[in-house]
Design a protein around this ligand. Sequence first.
Ligand SMILES: Cc1cc2nc3c(=O)[nH]c(=O)nc-3n(C[C@H](O)[C@H](O)[C@H](O)COP(=O)(O)OP(=O)(O)OC[C@H]3O[C@@H](n4cnc5c(N)ncnc54)[C@H](O)[C@@H]3O)c2cc1C
Length: 397
Amino acid sequence: MSRIVVVGASLAGHRAALALRGLGYDGELVVVGGEQHRPYDRFPLSKAYLTRLVDRAGLALEDTPADVVWRLGEHATRLDLAGRRVILGDRTVLRFDGLVVASGARPRDVDLVEGVQGAFVMRTLEDAEAFRSSLESRARRVVVVGGGLIGAEVAAHAVAQGHHTTMVDPSDLPTARAVGRPVAEHLRHLHEVAGVHLRHRTRMRTLDVRAGAVVGVVLEDGSRLPADVVMMATGTTPNVEWLRGSGLLVSGGLQCGPTLHARGSDRVVGAGDVVRAPQALLGGESSRVEHWASTLAHADLAGANLLAGPGQAQPLTALPTFGTTIHGARVRAVGFPQVADRSRVVWGAVEAGQALVALARGSQVVAVVSLAAHEHLPCLVDQLSPGRPLDDVVGPS
Ligand SMILES: Cc1cc2nc3c(=O)[nH]c(=O)nc-3n(C[C@H](O)[C@H](O)[C@H](O)COP(=O)(O)OP(=O)(O)OC[C@H]3O[C@@H](n4cnc5c(N)ncnc54)[C@H](O)[C@@H]3O)c2cc1C
């Protein structure tokens, strides 16, 4: 391959470029990125970057891939698959022999907060800086819409800074999809102890905006929560618009096969948050995973498989995993908590703040979660295999 184009200059694109060079690829490598910045880590944005424990320099990704043509601040707007061309916003045409789709995802409600003072999403460096400065002047009324991981992290930060903080979530238990019910119950308790007001089983109907500034959130029952600051942490949408009409399958993300080749092309691979790929632990069901470690695993595999070609390509085996700390509680999950409907504490006690939990869909284990017991987690991860019954999972002795 004499030219590989990577679309997306964030974690997946950066790592794919590193992987390709690391495997000896010596052709031209062009990385196109919509942001002006060199690739940086997003995970500290809702954590240590808010508390200023990490600064801009601390977000930089280590290791720079050699001989990359960076096209930063530019967007791919179209893919001509048959002609092997990526078309950029300024009509530049990039021909390719291989393409890595690493265009990630954006907050679902990014358009809602556009131009509204006091309303935020959390994805980019600029998002985090704008939100952080909105909390620095005086005590504010903060409403976090969405009780997923980022919502929980942001709410924990806001309340710790002394702000009146409310979290709105449609589920009966915030963060349960991310960490399973037992650990989510513990986090709910910690939210309450910290002073976060939880409004679950309800949705935001609209943002109340006056003279261009947010003044509240209207819930679906018509009640209104006054707010000076609103964080829309309502999940993400994959950035696939530029691929529409190309012949690739893009519903719910770039649809890839087990080797991360895009369905419909041997010359295109996907990596990171944009990818929807079959998961062996879920019996081949496809899922879009949005975790840091999964993005690295994707990018390494996608780079290797692009060079190897479909005949020699290896399947994705890495399990999704992430870690976070919320109100001081350290949580790590491996697998697919979002599909679980049963749980069993296999070691420790959640109420005591230290436990290992196995999660299952039906009888089959699909995820394991550690609450401040990370050193014991590998023993559970070893038991995460397709078809394993929940009742067979044993904790450390
Ligand atoms: C606030 C926050 C906290 C997080 N915390 C954690 C955590 O604690 N643990 C964890 O495991 N994961 C965490 N994550 C998730 C992790 O950061 C993502 O999995 C990772 O960033 C995915 O990288 P990516 O390169 O696939 O996508 P992205 O980071 O979304 O990057 C995609 C890039 O492509 C660009 N792009 C999009 N479309 C185009 C186009 N058409 N042309 C050119 N460029 C384009 C975008 O501008 C963007 O720069 C967090 C994410 C966020 C936002």
